[in-house]
Structures are given as C-alpha cells and as structure tokens.
Design a protein around this ligand. Sequence first.
Ligand SMILES: NC(=O)c1ccc[n+]([C@@H]2O[C@H](COP(=O)([O-])OP(=O)(O)OC[C@H]3O[C@@H](n4cnc5c(N)ncnc54)[C@H](OP(=O)(O)O)[C@@H]3O)[C@@H](O)[C@H]2O)c1
Length: 219
Amino acid sequence: MKIGIIGAGNIGGNLTRRFAAVGHDVHVANSRGPQTLTALAEETGATPATIEDAVRDAQVVVVTIPLKAVPNLPKGLVDSAAADVAVIDTGNYYPQQRDGKIAAIEEGLTESRWTEQQIGHPVVKAFNGTYAQDILDKPRPAGDPARVSLPISGDDTAAKAVVTALLDEIGFDAVDNGGQDDSWRQQPGTPVYGLASDATAVRKALQAASPERTAEWRA
Ligand SMILES: NC(=O)c1ccc[n+]([C@@H]2O[C@H](COP(=O)([O-])OP(=O)(O)OC[C@H]3O[C@@H](n4cnc5c(N)ncnc54)[C@H](OP(=O)(O)O)[C@@H]3O)[C@@H](O)[C@H]2O)c1
C-alpha cells in the first residue's frame, strides 16, 4: 500500500520506520525537501518525496507536523490521493510551547476537527498520545497480553478500519473513541494522553476524560 507521510520528525520518522519495515511503499516529505531525507531513506527504504509526490495516489496519508504549520500545507492536500484515502492526523495543540493561539480550538473546536477544516478532508486521529519512541519499542504480536492499545477517533468508519488494520500490522490494537466530536477525550491533558496500556485501561481513561481545557493547555 502506498503511504505518504507528511513530516519526518519524531513521529513521522518512526512511522516511516515501522510502515516500511512491514512492507509498505512509504513516501516521506518534510518542509525542506527530499534532498534532506536521504539518511532516513537509506535507513528504511522509504522514498524521499515532495509533499505533492508523497500524496499522489496514496491510500493512506499521515499528517504529522506541528499544528501551527498545518495551514501552510498545499491547498487541496489530498486531492491527488486515492479516492478513498485514509488521512491520519497525529497532531496536538501546544499553545504555550509551540503553536501559539488558535482561536477556534480555544473556543472548543476539537484539534482534529480544526485540522480537517485546514486540509479540507476528514481525518482519523491516531498516535497523538503516543510517545514517538514507543512506536519503535512497544509493538507486540496480536494477542500478546502486553500489547498496547491506542485510541482512534474519526467520522469515516471505512478510514478507521484501514487505520485499525495498519495499527495491527505494526504491533498495536486500536480502541475506537467514536467520531471527531468525541476526540477531545484523547487530546493533551486527558488521562489517555501518553498512556501505553491495554484496551481496558484505554477505555477507562477515555471515559474519565473531562471536556474542560485546563490552563496548561490554553494560550
Ligand atoms: N514527539 C512526540 O512524541 C509526539 C507524540 C505524539 C504526537 N505528536 C504530535 O505529532 C506532530 C508532529 O510531532 P513531532 O514531534 O514528530 O514533530 P517534529 O519532530 O518537530 O517534526 C516536525 C516535522 O514536520 C515537518 N514540517 C513542518 N512544517 C511542515 C510543512 N509546512 N510541510 C511539510 N512538513 C513540515 C518538519 O520538517 P522540516 O524539519 O523540514 O521543517 C519535520 O519533519 C505534532 O503535532 C506533535 O504534537 C508528537
């Protein structure tokens, strides 16, 4: 399957490693251009690409860049992707450390709904609460009692099924956290954020979440 990864940092780099390791045709892009991605390409076998080339005909696109950079992505980002492309959003709003104030999110819009509006396409929120290193260190075979479950949210059930299968391939279970309006349950500051545990613990943490955005996560 062709997977286009937009962002080659902590998360994008490790997703490139894992998706390439299980045999996917991974094309990875950053802001500075493919010539800056030769080391990652040599290590993983992934193809360094422009954003446009990474997305073209991709069945999965991963947006994994700082939230404040999302509006800088090309307009119609996934228009050239496969018609049923599943778009994964790993993003988090870090107003104080990185992103500055995004008024719509401060007013209550979920972070991934905001990203959907920026890129003009539905997304599946996944990996946003997963430490980048855990993507390399925590994979376990299906059925292993130590297998980690990760929450996913989104309105497109077919795309969520694609993401669930991809997670399984790279050694994780998915827990369906409902649609994008429910995705606040997995945003920064919630009990599930950063949790690396099984499905029972993930469900319990999602249920324990509060919709209130605390001061730490406000501009
Ligand atoms: N780090 C974690 O453990 C972690 C865990 C879960 C979720 N997240 C979230 O996932 C997202 C990515 O985090 P990260 O830690 O992987 O970030 P990062 O290490 O800072 O890497 C960011 C990547 O995005 C690229 N980028 C920035 N602006 C771009 C643009 N306009 N077009 C294309 N590429 C662009 C950068 O490319 P250049 O270097 O060429 O500028 C870089 O490859 C963030 O929203 C973060 O909150 C992070």
